[in-house]
Ligand binder design. Structure first.
Ligand code: SF4
Ligand code: SF4
Length: 353
């Protein structure tokens, strides 16, 4: 560990307040009304920061808000053309630097699924891309994986630095802050003091120990072919998904799900174009204007969810679209377990280890 800083527990609020002067700082936090509900909130002094708890919804809502105004429009009547009108557009983008502080490694890695879709190619999304370029991720090395987590099974792990600009490593009395990228180093220098040699040793021991841990069984990264073989096997999909309620919760909490819908909301001659989260698990998501729906039942919809994450996305981008955070497993009201579905994809005789 070449460069490292130390931040004492007691200095956390002050450090976050310092960072807030230059950026919007988002941290896992709870409030007094619902102390058990941890989600990412914009830091302000006195906020109950919960680095000890996993957030219900991932950090994706920081860069990809549940609902955001893309542009505002004003219509103007042109009396020289009575049947028409002019439309003035006002781009609603305002992008400040952002720090996501204390997310888990799986959350930081989740954005690696967004990046190729939203930042590259002919359909680059300027809203996500500009936020992404100005965001620094400080992830917490994870020492409390639960029974729903399976980050190692999708090629990651509880100390994975991929997608993070810096790592927070819990040590006695606070955290050792380890830069991963130059952006991370620039962020950390003003908020921590240089770590003492014994603190660096302790942090390295934590990194080594956590880095050896395997969270989740086997590997779920090479099942694209097995998915294709199961595609036309209704009995398989019914067996796994008949209990699904089509509530969409699994997609909303997921750090790698990015379906959205766009609506125009107008009042008189003024209005806004708004993008909001949508979900492929909803029956109306693929309903066409003709009344035809290519995914009319939950079997087709869940098959698409599994196929997108473990077959179509890997075929296009070379990586599975799941970071193993376990949220969909942990929070599904009827206990649909995507790990079980994916593990069962291969026929029995060729099941993966
Ligand atoms: S959370 Fe569970 S019940 Fe709800 S849509 Fe997802 S799989 Fe179905
Ligand atoms: S599919 Fe489930 S485990 Fe995978 S990233 Fe989404 S919520 Fe997490």
């Amino acid at each position: 560990m070449e460069q490292a800083f130390f931040l004492a527990d007691a200095e956390l609020q002050e450090a976050l307040a310092g960072l807030s002067a230059q950026a919007d700082v988002w941290v896992p936090a709870s409030d007094a009304r619902k102390p058990g509900l941890v989600r990412f909130r914009r830091f302000q002094p006195g906020l109950t920061v919960r680095l000890d708890a996993r957030s219900l919804v991932s950090a994706k809502e920081v860069l990809f808000p549940r609902s955001e105004t893309l542009l505002r429009f004003t219509k103007e009547k042109d009396l020289s053309v009575p049947a028409g009108h002019r439309i003035h557009l006002d781009d609603a983008r305002t992008v400040r630097p952002v720090v996501v502080f204390g997310c888990r490694p799986c959350d930081a890695r989740g954005f690696l699924t967004f990046d190729p879709v939203f930042t590259k190619g002919p359909y680059r999304d300027p809203y996500y891309s500009e936020r992404r370029e100005k965001t620094t991720f400080v992830s917490l090395v994870c020492r409390d994986a639960d029974a729903a987590c399976f980050c190692s099974a999708v090629g990651s792990g509880p100390a994975d630095p991929e997608g993070s600009d810096a790592q927070l490593i819990p040590v006695d009395g606070g955290y050792v802050l380890r830069p991963v990228t130059e952006r991370g180093a620039a962020l950390l220098e003003p908020i921590g003091r240089t770590a003492a040699p014994e603190q660096i040793r302790e942090a390295q021991d934590v990194l080594d120990q956590v880095g050896r841990e395997t969270v989740g069984e086997g590997s779920l990264t090479t099942l694209a072919e097995a998915f294709r073989a199961r595609f036309q096997d209704p009995a398989f999909w019914h067996a796994h998904i008949d209990k699904c309620l089509s509530c969409g919760l699994c997609t909303f909490v997921c750090p790698t799900c990015y379906c959205f819908t766009i609506t125009d909301e107008a009042r008189g001659l003024n209005g806004e174009r708004i993008r909001s989260w949508d979900a492929c698990m909803f029956p109306h998501f693929t309903l066409e204007a003709s009344g035809h729906n290519p995914r009319p039942s939950k079997v087709e919809r869940y098959r698409n969810r599994v196929g997108h994450k473990f077959s179509y996305f890997p075929a296009r981008y070379g990586q599975v679209a799941c970071c193993g955070c376990g949220r969909c497993v942990r929070h599904c009201p009827v206990s649909v377990d995507i790990r079980a579905v994916v593990r069962d994809l291969p026929a029995q005789e060729e099941a993966h280890a």
